[in-house]
Write a protein that binds this ligand. Sequence first.
Ligand code: NAI
Ligand code: MG
Length: 486
Amino acid sequence: MAPQIKYTKLFIDNEWVDAKSGKTFETRTPHDGSVIAKVAEGDKADIDEAVKAAHRAFHRNSEWRLLDASQRAVLLNKLADLIKRDAVYLAELETYNNGMVIGMSMHFMDAVIANIRYLASLADKIQGDTIPSDGDTFAYTLKQPVGVAGLILPWNGPIFIFASKVATALAAGCTVVVKPAEQTPLTALALAALVAEAGFPRGVVNVVNGYGPTAGAALTHHPQVAKISFTGSVEVGKLIQQAAGVNNLKRVTLELGGKSPLVIMDDADLNVAIPFAANAVFTHQGQVCIAASRLYVQAGIYDKFVAEAVKHAQARKIGNPADATTQHGPQVDEEMMTKVLGYIEKGKKEGAKLLTGGKRVGKMGYYIEPTVFADVKDNMTIAKEEIFGPVQSILKFDTLEEVIDRANDTSYGLAAGIFTTNVNNALQFSKHVEAGVVWVNQYFAMGSQAPFGGFKDSGIGRESGFHCVDAYLEVKTVSISLPKKF
Ligand code: NAI
Ligand code: MG
């Protein structure tokens, strides 16, 4: 049975409101492409209201600003409790609106709860330094929230990315306006309801659904927004960095795409490496920023590896993402499906060898077969551009030095992986590969405690980890006259 859709309006100042224009937009389920709800379509006027509310909530005398830091942690933990209470419903709604297989949605709920609790634990550990200054001065630093933060979300992990960005900003003491992706507006609204139920004061968290060039751009240009955190495409990341310098100077955190290399050495344990390599690219139908979309296999094991990779791709169970046994669901929408199929055609045309998959599954919804290309060359489009679909591109290499240079020959730098039983290979690769995250003999391991983000065009700044709240803080130095002699 389809999960009930309870909220479709905008959430501003802890109230549910229609868009000022009265407009709505349709949202669909990628399983069959049918419209499942009409959601209020916010634009500049609604962003203005939401920023006003967030700005009021940030005033030095507001309920939120007067709250002890430890009480911010209490509220965040209450939110985590409520998410735990509603985890099955939220996961089902995520699967319904996004097409994420239910096993992954449920797994994400655990990650979301752990993440919010970790961030709650940081709230009252934000502290400055006392500084041994020269002369008759005693100096110390305060770390203070930067102000209203605009959080612009993608569709590929709606609940997790909402929770991670919102909880980081709130742990720091900021107030937020969230602009979810237009493809997946529903879970952000369900989470907003839990924010209100948890007891966060009015205006601390606001959610305005709408499109990027209207609602999103209004947020990135708003002079009362002090900070933008964005996850999405490089193309829009660049626009956001430009917009951030127009009406004021916003701090930006950008988590953008990738073309992440995964290297399999001759000496790897193939029983481990082969299934990992398949999951590394096919998980969530390839709609993952850290997908291992360039698989470099050393010459000595290349043929054997390719044959096994094909078997793994063919074994993935395709079907309704709401079915607990499904491993492979639909792409998020028709536009993304068409884009991925276009890349597959380019791969064939440019001479890569299509070994399995390559086609749309049936005519209902947005399903694409797990696809494997071998004999892929570095200059082919499928080896260079982010596909964001279930397409494994396998390339051959001879030496570690060669593969490090080839792995780095890209404008991206988000993640990388290596499978090897030789510690020198692992250490050399980890040292020289240009990526924000490197996995050795595993892939996808992530946790709240470890920083995450990209080198080069894959982004700016880091999320998660002990220092993540710094991205939402200003450092203030206070210098006081304190004569040495008295
Ligand atoms: P996108 O970057 O256009 O959209 C992401 C978010 O940015 C959405 O909320 C959108 O409404 C907003 N946005 C769009 N234009 C904006 C603007 N001018 N100002 C402010 N906000 C704006 O990504 P899209 O179109 O959904 O996907 C395109 C490609 O981006 C994908 O095929 C994939 O390669 C990559 N991508 C990477 C993600 C990641 O996790 N790093 C997530 C989603 C997409
Ligand atoms: Mg776009």
